[in-house]
Ligand binder design. Sequence first.
Ligand code: NAD
Ligand code: MN
Length: 358
Amino acid sequence: MKRYRIAAIPGDGIGGEVISAGVEVLTALAKRQGNFTLAFDHFDWGGAYYKKHGRMMPANGRDLIKSHDAILFGSAGHPDIPDHITLWGLRLAICQPFDQYANVRPTRVLPGITSPLRHVKNRELDWVIVRENSEGEYAGVGGRVHQGSPLEAATDVAMFTRAGVERIMRFAFKLARSRPRKLLTVVTKSNAQRHAMVMWDEIAVEIAGEFPDVTWDKMLVDAMTMRMVMKPQTIDTVVATNLHADILSDLAAALAGSLGIAPTANLNPERTFPSMFEPIHGSAFDIMGRGIANPIGTFWSAVMLLEHLGEQPAADRLMQAIERVTADARFHTPDLGGRARTIDVTAAVIDALHGANS
Ligand code: NAD
Ligand code: MN
């Protein structure tokens, strides 16, 4: 019997609501599968912790979770605390030191869900966006001087390293090769950003040489938004910088029906530290505490967590259960135009786990 230890960090806002739903579903699934167990350790880090202790997580926080098999994360973001403090103090404080450099974001229109793109049939939108997750525009390089004076100045320097770009390109080409269409789009902005983005393009060409069986193309990020909307069927796997992919993946999530559905994995592919799985949405202040958060993004993230652990049959069973539930409009939360509550969706997925055949 395999025993996995999972660190659960709900964070703030609806983070707590969707993570407790996720833990419930994963626990039921492990019991149903019977060949592994999941032990959850819960960490109350985030906004409330900050108000008490002046920091988002304890100084030795990473030591407490570095030996876990995976991390299930909710959201960092509190109405009373500036966003850059919550983000850098918790989510990025885990992602960056744990070198979770590959952020993988699958997007599909799940059964029963309507894309806002009228002409899109379900199978025509099936993408995976790979986001560089360790450097680029979010490297944290920059500074601010002369605050409050008319001479005030500030910089955020986008920093790209050859090693960082090579490894994300290689990861993306490999992922593209594992998918049926073997098709990769490299997103860039090398017309306007003439240093780092030009290196990014050059490294893409070099790495492409290692993957002769992968078809690839290059697209400027602004044109990419148009292609996603106008010709979604021409896209399969996408690789983009930290900032570009952050924006494109929110668009992707919306085109697939709702931000509340979209999952993500922050992977350390070499497994030198645990990887982290989370819905892509944030704390959703406008709906927190009302019991109507869509937990599907968290459940799909749990599928990715199970795949990372190597528990593919369990991952498949959960994905089937999710699709069975989304297919039934009675279980759509308000973001999908329905009236279901988080607990209704959770109970329906747990029911479907027992019905699903695999
Ligand atoms: P958000 O994702 O919290 O919300 C955007 C919109 O989508 C809101 O209208 C919200 O109600 C809706 N929504 C999001 N998730 C939903 C779900 N599961 N079910 C139903 N509706 C859902 O983005 P925001 O408003 O830009 O940010 C709010 C806070 O969250 C900020 O503090 C931000 O920094 C933080 N944030 C954190 C993360 C993260 O930790 N990974 C990601 C994004 C935003
Ligand atoms: Mn984002």
